[in-house]
Design a protein around this ligand. Structure first.
Ligand code: UTP
Length: 405
């Protein structure tokens, strides 16, 4: 779009301030600004401050428990191994986050979790994948979602690490989309006079960005039916776990979620529930305290299954999540922006970043199998530098699982 048309379009949206410095820019900068503007998803911005939704009626979710899994392990594993051998499952690594809590400037997967030797989070996760490869005798495709800012470093690291022993032709990178940051009135910020403030659009963008990237062609060509989506920050992450895949297939569910029993009512994890009869993940900050603490007759937490960011989705059912139906979330942040012609870097929140979340995709599925896993064996998130869910706690758990650090 040229300047005139862009201006008219922005006026309609109440965002014409984005062109206020246009007259001061050189030709290259002007092109850059118009290109940035063309990438804005205005549907999310318009709803800022109007997003309060009423929660539906909550009920605890059923799960395949550890006991049931132990009894039926052989049956589940056989079905999962068959699906993998037939090439029906691929994995999606969510590595587009900013890892701000960890305070590590590079891609989180490059963080060295080793003590006496180098062991990146990526490498540790690929070591876990090697066990599945050994069991099935086959490789599965892995789509790696990066962000604009960490893509080059991630791709380079994979290359120089020899793809951690995995065949390079099975690893595919794509960059996630961006979403605009805006002030409390919904006015989009300029990051520089010629750049719109655009940040990664949250981990809910993984499927739409994958389709947009053109990599969906591999899925079609290879007749892949399921995607196992997982986060980069769990060093005990079990990827394409045959037991999990088999259980979800045998139970006939549209998706599956690996869950752990919460350690206490206030643990900061999203909980898999039913909302108005449909599967839903309720974030810890959204769940009423009374519900969090409610107990069963046996004295267990009623809402006890915390999600670990490891989901299995049936691809056919994911298409309904495309067309912008995921609700936007607005995270209040300190956002660098241009104010009165000068770039300011505030130290307090001044507006919102817009994100969609993978947890909201669960609500769009007809059914979701909560598959309980042993947290000591499968859940060691690296969110913070110290304290809970930190480098220290993850290292302890790795050692407990026999990983030499
Ligand atoms: P988190 O919610 O922990 O976010 O991501 P983060 O950006 O990594 O970390 P903080 O909040 O800034 O400290 C959970 C998973 O979702 C991915 C992350 O890479 C991680 O695997 N993610 C998050 C994306 O891929 N894209 C995003 O925009 C956000």
């Amino acid at each position: 779009m040229d300047y005139e048309r862009t201006l008219a379009f922005l006026k309609e949206k109440g965002q014409e301030h984005l062109l206020q410095y246009y007259g001061e820019l050189n030709e290259r900068e002007r092109e850059q600004l118009l290109e940035d503007i063309s990438k804005i998803d205005f549907s999310a911005v318009a709803k800022v401050c109007k997003s309060e939704k009423k929660p539906g009626e909550l009920a605890p979710a059923d799960a395949v428990t550890l006991e049931e899994i132990e009894k039926r392990r052989g049956e589940f594993e056989k079905a999962g191994v068959a699906a993998l051998k037939n090439g029906k499952v691929a994995a999606v690594l969510l590595a587009g986050g900013q890892g701000s809590r960890l305070g590590f400037s590079g891609p989180k997967g490059m963080f060295d979790i080793g003590v006496t030797r180098k062991l990146s989070i990526f490498e540790q996760q690929f070591n876990n994948i090697a066990e599945v490869v050994a069991k099935t005798g086959t490789h599965f495709h892995i789509f790696v979602m990066t962000s604009r800012s960490n893509n080059d470093a991630t791709v380079e690291f994979f290359k120089e690490s020899g793809y951690f022993g995995y065949p390079a032709e099975y690893v595919h990178f794509y960059i996630q989309d961006v979403a605009p940051a805006c002030d409390y009135d919904g006015k989009i910020f300029l990051d520089e006079k010629h750049r719109v403030s655009l940040a990664p659009n949250g981990n809910g963008g993984w499927y739409s960005s994958l389709v947009k990237s053109g990599l969906g062609g591999i899925i079609e060509r290879e007749n892949i039916e399921w995607l196992n989506v997982y986060s980069v920050d769990n060093v005990l992450q079990r990827i394409c776990d045959p037991v999990f895949i088999g259980a979800t297939l045998i139970k006939g569910c549209a998706c599956g979620a690996k869950v752990v029993k919460k350690v206490c009512a206030d643990e900061k994890v999203g909980v898999l529930c039913k909302e108005d009869g449909k599967p839903a993940i309720v974030e810890y900050y959204e769940m009423p305290q009374a519900l969090k603490a409610e107990l069963t007759d046996g004295g267990e937490l009623k809402y006890r299954y915390g999600v670990t960011l490891n989901y299995l989705f049936k691809i056919k059912d994911l298409n309904g999540t495309l067309s912008g139906k995921l609700p936007p979330h607005y995270a209040e942040k300190a956002i660098a922006h241009v104010e009165n012609g000068v770039r300011v870097v505030p130290d307090k929140p001044c507006g919102y970043k817009t994100e969609t979340l993978v947890v909201d995709m669960i609500k769009m599925m007809d059914s979701c199998l909560a598959c309980e896993v042993d947290r000591e064996r499968e859940f060691a998130p690296v969110k913070n530098a110290t304290g809970a869910d930190s480098v220290e706690t993850a290292r302890e758990l790795l050692v407990k699982n026999g990983v030499e650090l």
